[in-house]
Design a protein around this ligand. Structure first.
Ligand code: GDP
Ligand code: IMO
Ligand code: MG
Length: 423
């Protein structure tokens, strides 16, 4: 068996949580491979709206195993809160939620370092979610980090104290940055206790054994390709590899074991946080998309920046990820537009460019648009793609042609049921 992958092709928040939830009945295992509580994955079903941050989006289907892989960074405080929010659903988390011993821990001081670093950057700040993601991955690559496996060691407190001491030393360089660590440590240690009560595993072994036994596995990405540490709009990115390759390192799967790669994108484009966004609409059209699409961050509540779909960026993402099929989300949100613009390429210094230039943050990138007919109607009641308005079908076919990849799912609302198959 192979591992299928679902990941975001834009700047995150494409609707990954919804589609993972929809696809989960086809799988035995759902596994997160990178990122941490900077993610906010929303699921809606039976009138319930639920946001997950670290826990995989397969958690509501009781027969499925959910794995938090070695590539993920875990904040025990947020993790505990996530588990508490799941209490009404009577899930057996000890059985259905397995955590890699190699996943790194976000310490309270990682969050402080994130905040101090952002404050020091001033107007150049990344717009981080302030969950401590960057500093935790820095400690991982710097070989200082604490891992889930460490919490079972009698030396855990000593290791924790040593790392905190290092962090406090760094924080001293941030003049005027005030904090109260003692206040944060109580909830952290409580969270550690709760983590200890869960099942920690050698997830790479578990996953490869499961593959051998014929189990079906879906890897759930977080963030999006344009936020990837290597291929995103650096430095305005997150600190992990959000692309398909991240599945190999974040779960311990060989590249030869990757099956389908489902790339997910919105029928338009959004970004939350700072950084380049060529097709951004800082006008009433962008405002209308934000309002119709309820484009406010699931983790931070910040308004998301909105704009038209960006084909050069999408083509790039499809190339880097080896996408085999696409899911187009939030088609319903464009239901009030007579015309829908699609960015086909850019102009940089008057020259045509078909992909994002290296020095994106320093040069002016002018998007060039083609205008397509809008469907201009409510899609939210549709239950069959065959019944979709012709203008929507034309939009989908147009994108399939340009992106040279089939769009197999069209989403027309946040609920599980508002999902159309186009196979
Ligand atoms: P994720 O981070 O990729 O899982 O996406 P988020 O949950 O952060 O953001 C997607 C938002 O759009 C959530 O509020 C979803 O409930 C919502 N959503 C997902 N698909 C659709 C759709 O097709 N139409 C509409 N209107 N909302 C959707
Ligand atoms: P999901 O999984 C959208 C953005 C932040 C910021 C940058 C760096 O829900 O799609 P970080 O906290 O990682 O250091 O922030 O990345 N960002 C996201 N934007 N969706 C996300 O996750 C994001 N996770 C991080 O806004 O610009
Ligand atoms: Mg999100």
């Amino acid at each position: 068996m192979k591992v299928d992958v679902l990941l975001g092709l834009q700047w995150g928040d494409e609707g990954k949580g919804k589609i993972v939830d929809v696809l989960t009945p086809q799988y035995d295992i759902i596994a997160r491979f990178q990122g941490g509580p900077n993610a906010g994955h929303t699921l809606e079903f039976e009138g319930i709206k639920h946001v997950l941050h670290t826990i995989p989006s397969g958690i509501f289907r009781k027969e499925v195993i959910n794995i938090v892989g070695n590539g993920v960074v875990i904040d025990p405080v947020i993790f505990q809160k996530e588990m508490e929010k799941l209490a009404p659903f009577n899930l057996d988390l000890k059985k259905s939620l397995l955590i890699s011993k190699k996943a790194h821990l976000i310490l309270p001081t990682h969050r402080l370092l994130d905040a101090a670093s952002e404050a020091a950057k001033g107007t150049n700040k990344i717009g981080s979610t302030l969950k401590g993601i960057g500093p935790t991955y820095m400690d991982k690559t710097g070989r200082n980090g604490l891992r889930v496996g460490d919490i079972f060691s009698p030396n855990f407190k000593a290791k924790y104290d040593a790392l905190v001491e290092k962090h406090v030393g760094i924080l001293k360089h941030h003049e005027g940055f005030e904090y109260n660590l003692a206040e944060l440590e109580g909830p952290f240690m409580e969270g550690i206790e709760k983590l200890r009560a869960l099942t920690a595993i050698d997830s790479e072994q578990y996953i490869n054994d499961a593959l051998k036994a014929g189990k079906k596995i879906l890897a759930e990405g977080a963030q999006g390709t344009m936020l990837d540490i290597d291929f995103g709009t650096y430095p305005f990115v997150t600190s992990s590899n959000t692309v398909t390759a991240g599945t190999c390192t974040g779960l311990g799967i060989a590249p030869t074991k990757i099956g389908s790669v489902i790339g997910i994108f919105k029928a338009y484009c959004t970004r939350v946080g700072s950084g380049p966004f060529p097709t951004e609409l800082e006008n009433e059209v962008g405002e209308a998309i934000r309002k119709e699409g309820r484009e406010f961050g699931a983790t931070t509540g910040r308004p998301r920046r909105c704009g038209w779909i960006d084909l050069p960026a999408l083509k790039y993402a499809i190339m880097i990820n080896g996408v085999t099929e696409l899911s187009m989300m939030k088609a319903d949100v464009l239901g009030t537009f007579e015309k829908i613009d699609v960015c086909t390429h850019y102009l940089v210094d008057g020259e045509r460019m078909d992909y994002l230039p290296y020095d994106l943050t320093d040069v002016e990138v002018v998007p060039v648009y083609e205008s397509l007919e809008g469907w201009n109607c409510d899609l939210t009641q549709l239950s069959n793609y065959a019944d979709a308005p012709q203008a929507l079908k034309n939009y989908v076919s147009y994108l399939e042609g340009k992106l040279e990849t089939p769009i197999t799912v069209v989403s027309v609302g946040p609920d599980r049921k508002q999902t159309l198959n186009n196979n």
